[in-house]
Design a protein around this ligand. Structure first.
Ligand SMILES: Cc1ncc(COP(=O)(O)O)c(C=O)c1O
Length: 371
């Protein structure tokens, strides 16, 4: 085929795409113009796989029959997750209340695909994690973002719900990027008012004292999504899950691709669940480091540092732009937001990584004084 003909074919092919796919741009991370030495942009864990987990995983891998398909819906892992949740909650959780997927992104996607028809509305807070909007728009839905300000309360949410009649509501708690939790009482009142699913994205709840896991039993339209990408340090292996009413889980399975979870993810998560104490110790270290970083960065009065229940800190203010530039000059990558007031989000890293941030912070303050 001639190059001109090939080009024409591509144009024709693109014209056949669904309008929602045509309209959307692929998800993109910030592009770096410097050599990254320390990455504090993705809210990942700074810890490598625990040695014992590596060892057990290798031993299991030797036995694994990779030539065979995994369980269709990862049934054994669902059972293991249910046992883990029962232990955490001191309350019986059954395997049919759990659905597992390739990261919680996968779960968020199937939730939206299960409920949202073109034109349907999806409600969430703003600012928040970008994928609720992305998946909504991909399904042809309309995304409604309620600003997280002093008016973010039951009365205003009730009004919006009654007016807009959303199909599904997402709460991100603790919220990405602000790190703040949403009041449990507010979420429960909304779950009582609203008929559709109320999803609490608890990707960072392992770093918080607050969560809604124990409320699933009494609220059939409430579900919690969680991930092993943050506290559990498995971002590269892609594992997330939803805990909710068994009727909801049964319906969601219809949208899930059979054999969705690959055998290696299944295996590693299972080994991880046998070594949960190590993760808890690591979470405690991150929380300590968060406190330290908060105290230090809060000593600067010209920006607003948000108290955080997650593994990152969010800072708002004009000065964050200069601080980010300086961090980048030292090879430290963080997230930034071009909001009305510029803002940055810094992941809590290892003690050494955090110290590197604080050294840059000292330099930043010094430069300020010299101005
Ligand atoms: C709030 C929130 N939910 C979900 C995710 C997706 O996590 P996963 O790696 O499990 O897909 C992230 C990732 O950053 C997140 O911040």
């Amino acid at each position: 085929m001639s190059p001109i003909k090939q080009n024409e074919k591509i144009i024709q092919l693109k014209s056949m795409l669904r309008s929602e796919v045509k309209a959307i741009s692929p998800y993109q991370a910030e592009i770096d113009s410097f050599k990254v030495k320390i990455n504090l942009a993705g809210n990942e864990s700074p810890f490598d796989l625990p040695a014992v987990v590596k060892k057990e995983f290798k031993a299991c891998f030797e036995q694994a029959e990779i030539n065979r398909y995994p369980d269709i819906y990862s049934e054994k892992l669902q059972q293991k997750m249910a046992a883990y949740l029962s232990e955490e909650l001191k309350q019986k959780v059954t395997a049919d209340q759990v659905i597992v997927g390739n990261g919680s992104d996968n779960i968020l996607d199937i939730l939206i695909r299960a409920f949202v028809n073109p034109g349907d509305k999806v409600l969430a807070q703003a600012p928040t994690f970008s994928m609720y909007k992305y998946f909504t728009e991909l399904s042809g839905g309309e995304y409604l973002a309620v600003p997280l300000n002093e008016n973010f309360n039951y009365q205003s949410l009730q009004k919006i719900i009654n007016q807009e009649k959303p199909k599904i509501i997402f709460f991100c708690s603790p919220n990405n990027p602000t790190g703040q939790p949403i009041a449990r009482e507010l979420i429960l009142k909304i779950a009582e008012l609203f008929t559709g699913p109320v999803i609490v994205d608890e990707a960072y709840a392992d770093f918080s004292e607050l969560n809604l896991l124990s409320d699933i039993k009494t609220h059939p339209n409430l579900a919690v999504t969680r991930t092993f990408s943050k506290a559990f340090g498995l971002a590269g292996i892609r594992f997330g899950y939803l805990y909710g009413n068994n009727a909801l889980v049964e319906e969601l399975k219809k949208v899930l691709v059979p054999y969705n979870l690959n055998s290696l993810t299944d295996l590693l998560v299972s080994v991880m669940l046998d070594n949960i104490e190590i993760i808890k110790q690591r979470v405690a270290v991150i929380k300590e480091q968060r406190q330290l970083m908060y105290q230090q960065l809060n000593s600067y009065q010209k920006w607003r540092l948000y108290p955080s229940m997650a593994n990152f800190l969010y800072i708002e203010g004009q000065k964050t732009t200069i601080f980010k530039k300086l961090l980048n000059q030292h090879g430290i990558k963080i997230r930034s937001y071009n909001s009305e007031t510029p803002a940055i989000r810094i992941t809590i890293g290892s003690a050494a990584e955090n110290e590197a941030v604080l050294n840059v912070f000292a330099e930043f303050k010094q430069l300020e004084q010299e101005e």
